[in-house]
Ligand binder design. Structure first.
Ligand SMILES: [Zn+2]
Length: 732
């Protein structure tokens, strides 16, 4: 997954901070100098000095040529869940990590992973047409013709053989059905065709099913993903006419992971639900198709001409239908269990072995997946090699470092979720931070995650050089945001704020089980924003494409290894963990103000009262400021008066747990975080303070107050946890 999701979040969050971010006084800067020496947040002066030296040595180690070599190997053959090459890749990475000094093992799980047995799509009226459903091999790209490719399909579609009139539903999101209703068009008993975009793909069949449709086609329109964007592959990077976006349509906003073991680990011999009881398998057949296959179907639609914003870039006048096009969609799947191979590699901490810094990327792909996920996976490997080399040179992390190569991310975040569920109790005790990456390209650093780590990740971004611009990653991103800001006021606010805003995490990659299920503070990083493309989840996401159109010199890959390697080393070596809460309080306050402005709120039967929620947010802000003041004083004395440093760190890294609620969110108890969740009707897209926000958006008025209470309780619990940490910092 990845690619399509991260950048949109960044835009949303940046514009939110611009609109709502109050400018708090800048707490002690981290990169400032004390007596000519650089300080690091949470480090004594002498430890900061040696830490900085080790980090600089480590950053000299990652090599672009090795990133290229790993990518060439890992993307040489299709390596989806259950494939022979996927297993070989896992074993190859395990052996690499071992050779670099890690203790590395493969951890297996058995999960449901459907693969197609039969795929048929034909139009029977007004004329006959049979869709090809095939991505042809290109002579320019030797891997595009590899054997053992998974055909184009949507995983966790239902089996079915349905025939019906076709209706074009634009992106197939709830708002599109409101438009259809006004036009008097009903999809009941019909097959819908939706274009990719505007939501996570699984939302389209879910909403179609809720409106009574019996089947769903999803196609890539060239306006969003194809020749309208630029030259198509192999001449350019964009999606060719027969390129298809595969992908999962499991109802992951309810829960990710194995549908048969929701909430517990899919280890061998685990209790499993019968498939009919699994709540997250799509109820209707769904198939993704190319724009070449979609064109004859759309051309055969009658009925009203679509509204202007619904028009794509195919050479036709777009009509809604229904009919006269009638299509038959016949799909059947092999529903057997497959084995996952997660690679788990560790370096034991020498002072706090039971405090874990976990850093992962998935290794499974839909086809060869050079971009998704190998571009990110190789940066984890190269950061691992650099850390291993640092160990040989004498570096010793205080905390345990665990590097993970997840299997089964593409179908449903399977490898990470099953691992997190299996080790839930231990992770809740020991996990300090989860750091994730996935597809990465070129351009600017993208940072998402827990806002208690916003200041920390800003600190690290200031220390890493941009490979193409003569400045830090941080300065390059700041300049970019100022340049892209539409208004002077936005520019001024970006300039005035000490930290760059990071995006809130929705879903779309392996951080979800850690942050949203277990309440482990998480970060997600990658490069993007320069150059585009259209090979996402297709057979053309290959080594040839990546080395021609993306980070061709692997210099941004090296920068990502340096950045994430530094994040891990700095967390692993801190005397006092670098969590910071004033940015979190500011951000949460902004979310509340944003919810207050939701238009739908005017329709509430009685006025929605935000007073108690706001007072909890204010109390959090005050606790956060007191903590900063105490940290400043304690840091100036090298933490000498802190008697219980282990207890202090435990309070800090368990702070994110306070933001969870055991009952979880309405209709999706697996999602326990009260501040961040993927939207029930947006999929990857984040909904912040989701319980309250979605209650208002869905007009579930009875839910607003109870959800507000849950969020207030979480904020209050966090504030009192911070107060305890403050007392320990003060030596009390
Ligand atoms: Zn991915």
């Amino acid at each position: 997954m990845g690619r399509n999701s991260l950048e949109k979040f960044v835009i949303v969050v940046v514009s939110f901070v611009i609109a709502f971010g109050s400018l708090l006084p800048v707490a002690q800067g981290q990169s400032d100098k004390k007596n000519g020496e650089r300080s690091l947040r949470g480090y004594t002066a002498s430890n900061a000095k040696s830490q900085i030296e080790w980090e600089e040595k480590m950053r000299a180690l990652p090599k672009p040529d090795l990133l290229r070599e790993y990518m060439k190997h890992l993307s040489a053959e299709p390596h989806h869940v259950g494939s022979a090459y996927g297993r070989q890749n896992a074993e190859w990475m395990r052996d690499k990590f071992r050779s670099w000094g890690f203790k590395a093992e493969i951890e297996e799980f058995d999960v449901l992973f459907p693969t197609p047995k039969e795929r048929l799509l034909e139009m029977i009226e007004p004329e006959r047409f049979r869709a090809q459903l095939k991505e042809p091999a290109l002579t320019e790209d030797p891997d595009s013709g590899d054997e053992n490719q998974l055909p184009s399909y949507n995983a966790f579609s239902a089996d079915g053989d349905v025939t019906g009139q076709l209706v074009y539903v634009n992106y197939g999101v709830p708002a599109d059905y409101e438009v259809l209703e006004k036009m008097g068009v009903d999809v009941k008993g019909k097959i819908v065709i939706a274009r990719y975009g505007a939501s996570w793909r699984g939302i389209k069949p879910k909403v179609a099913y809720e409106h009574g449709a019996i089947g769903c086609l999803i196609y890539s329109d060239p306006r969003d993903d194809g020749y309208f964007q630029g030259d198509v592959y192999p001449a350019g990077p964009y999606r060719p006419e027969r390129g298809v976006q595969r992908g999962s349509v499991m109802d992951m906003p309810v829960h990710p992971g194995d549908p048969l073991t929701p909430g517990w680990g899919a280890v061998k011999g685990a209790r499993r639900l019968p498939r009919e009881e699994a709540k997250v398998i799509m109820k209707i057949p769904v198939l993704p198709i190319s724009y070449a296959d979609a064109l004859p179907l759309l051309k055969a639609l009658g009925g009203p001409v679509v509204p202007q914003p619904w028009r794509g870039a195919l050479p036709i006048t777009y009509h809604v239908g229904p009919g006269p096009a009638r299509v038959r969609l016949k799909l059947s799947f092999d529903w057997s269990l497959q084995t996952l191979y997660n690679v788990i590699a560790r370096i034991e901490g020498n002072a706090y072995p039971d405090e874990w810094i976990v850093y992962g990327n998935h290794h499974d792909a839909w086809v060869n997946g050079a971009t998704d996920p190998i571009s990110g996976m190789v940066t984890v490997m190269e950061a691992g090699r650099a850390m291993g080399e640092s160990l040989r040179q004498g570096w010793r992390p205080k905390r345990t470092i665990i590097l993970c190569a997840w299997d089964g991310e593409e179908p449903a975040l399977l490898g990470s979720t099953e691992w997190a569920e299996t080790h839930a109790e231990e992770l809740k005790q020991k996990a300090v931070v989860y750091l994730n990456s996935d597809s990465t390209g070129k351009g600017w650093i993208q940072m998402g995650g827990s806002h208690s780590l916003e200041r920390f990740i800003n600190e690290v971004a200031r220390d890493i050089s941009d490979p193409k611009r003569n400045k830090s990653l941080w300065a390059a991103l700041k300049d970019r945001r100022i340049e892209q800001a539409a208004e002077r006021e936005e520019k001024r606010k970006i300039e005035a704020r000490s930290d760059l805003a990071i995006s809130a995490l929705g879903s779309g990659s392996d951080y979800t089980p850690f942050i949203q299920h277990l309440g482990i503070a998480s970060l997600n990083t990658g490069f993007g924003g320069e150059g585009g493309g259209g090979v996402y989840h297709s057979a053309y996401d290959s080594f040839a494409w990546y080395t021609k159109f993306s980070d061709t010199t692997f210099e941004y890959g090296r920068a990502l290894s340096q950045f994430n390697g530094t994040i891990v080393m700095r967390l692993a070596g801190a005397d006092v963990l670098p969590f910071e809460f004033t940015n979190l309080a500011e951000t949460v306050n902004g979310y509340i103000e944003e919810i207050e402005r939701l238009e739908k709120i005017a329709g509430a039967p009685k006025a929605v009262d935000f007073a108690s929620l706001k007072s909890a947010a204010r109390a959090l802000d005050q606790s956060a400021r007191r903590y900063e003041e105490a940290l400043r004083k304690a840091s100036a004395k090298n933490f000498e008066q802190v008697k219980q440093v282990k207890a202090l760190n435990e309070l800090l890294y368990k702070s994110e747990r306070q933001l969870t609620n055991e009952q979880g969110l309405p209709r999706r108890p697996w999602f326990k975080h009260q501040i961040y969740a993927p939207g029930f009707y947006t999929g990857y897209g984040v909904k912040t303070i989701p319980g309250v926000r979605e209650a208002i958006e869905q007009k579930n008025w009875d839910e607003v107050d109870p959800q507000m209470k849950n969020v207030s309780a979480a904020l209050s619990a966090l504030a009192s946890q911070i107060d305890k940490a403050t007392r320990l910092l003060e030596g009390k």
